[in-house]
Design a protein around this ligand. Sequence first.
Ligand code: 13P
Length: 253
Amino acid sequence: MRKKIVAGNWKMNTLPAEGETLARGINEFMAEYNAGSDKKIILGVPFTHIDRVIHSVDSEKIAVSAQNCSQYDSGAYTGEVSASMIKSLGAEYVIVGHSERRQYFGDTDEIIGHKLAQAYKNNLIPIFCCGESLGERMEGKYFDVVKSQIINSLIRVEKSNIVKTVIAYEPVWAIGTGQTATPAQAQGMHAFIRRTLADLYGNAIAGEISILYGGSVNAANSAELFSADDIDGGLVGGASLKAEDFKTIIKSL
Ligand code: 13P
């Protein structure tokens, strides 16, 4: 059965001590809250915070994710952090292909494909992000854009790995803008993503893959979004930095 997931993406926010306080707050809440075995809570933290956050939470209840990894194994790549380094700290997930990486740091579908391969090779579960820009939505090209992002990046991924992958649909126009996709818009795209995965890998595998929605998810809109058939939870930016809001979002899963 596919998992329901709430993942926070802290982006480049908080100093390590602040991150630890935030993580401890969520951990205290999770100690009391019975989420159920089909649910997963993930904190996507900066590299500098991974070790500290892992030691501040109960790994049975909260998993930790990096927000990026190198496309390479190791070597002369100044400033890069490898998937093996991330894994060695105890992180379980890595966000790959976030639109901010695509937009500001040149992550192409091909590079994202290599990063996915690094994640699988090092036993990290990738949270693969896709989503169209505002212009692409206005032009009615959103299904084509998302399909090509999925096909071009996941093309080399084997069935045994794809089934472990988490997909996050994050329309760029909804990220950090306060303008959330409507539940109908999000559900429409999630169903399309699942059909695309079914065409590539078969219905059984497509049915196992968690597809998260991201883009201005908050404490007021999460319950309605998460109630849609193909929305298996959320990848939450701004609201994941506010402990009370994040707890409400977890409860709405
Ligand atoms: P916001 O929730 O701040 O819109 O960010 C979404 C996002 O990019 C999560 O990865």
